[in-house]
Design a protein around this ligand. Sequence first.
Ligand code: SF4
Length: 309
Amino acid sequence: MQVETSGAADFDADGEPADPPLARALSPSRAGDFMTCPLLYRFRVIDRLPEPPSAAAARGTLVHAVLERLFDEPAARRTPQAARDLVQPQWERLVAEEPELAGLFGDDEQRGAWMSEAAAMLDRYFTLEDPTRLEPAHRELSVRAVLESGLTLRGYIDRLDVAATGEIRIVDYKTGSAPREEFEARALFQMRFYALVLWRTGGTVPRLLQLIYLGNGEIVRYAPDEADLLATERKINALWRAIERARSSGDWRPRPSRLCAWCAHQAICPTFGGTPPPLPPLSADGPAGPQDSPQPEVPPQKDIPPQES
Ligand code: SF4
């Protein structure tokens, strides 16, 4: 089994993970898209349709950026005030990288209220963890593994903690409230996906998967085992076979649900009376090319609804 992990050096010019050399690649976000609605997956991966930035997604990106930078500070200085002090400069950095974010707010009052929400989430973080007692092994770690099936799994891990004894904890920040059961299952699938990648990379099953919900101040913890991760691998391979069938047949069916309320593509979705654009021509790699892209689960599109609210 070929496996690898990679660090920031593998980011491409957009700050996203460099595309793998293989055509067969999947991230947890895109896997989640296909499970939610095959047509949504098509719009994002095959048609590569742009989506407007959202205030919720941008808030998630900002909070993630602050929490990542917070650990640049010496342990004793990782205080709530230090986190708040990072908000404005990180926001300015994000806007410099993605100028359309500046248009998210009608006026300064709206933007101020949005900033206050982000600051409140950061304050809540300090009620859940004490960052002065943590030394993460990695932050925003780009990971990748190639399964025996040839499928490349890839994604970003918000934070990886490694104990002196070698035990691994995968930590993911969510900027919404803890989801109901069905969405928690989806969030845990994402964490098992990362655990599988690390297991296939280093041969060690992570000891703990930890979801930190900054919207309502809850923590969900799960201890995976090998059987869990083997089941996850089977599920991912089956999901990929379903994606390949859809690619071959061109049958990307909409699957309407209450999640449609957050979908940027309602206007061209048959469920809402719209007509999808013609499928791009088939390529050697499939109908639209090789990558599980262009909307990978990386900043600035982290922690996007609908899972979170
Ligand atoms: S509106 Fe709903 S059914 Fe249509 S593509 Fe989006 S998620 Fe799928």
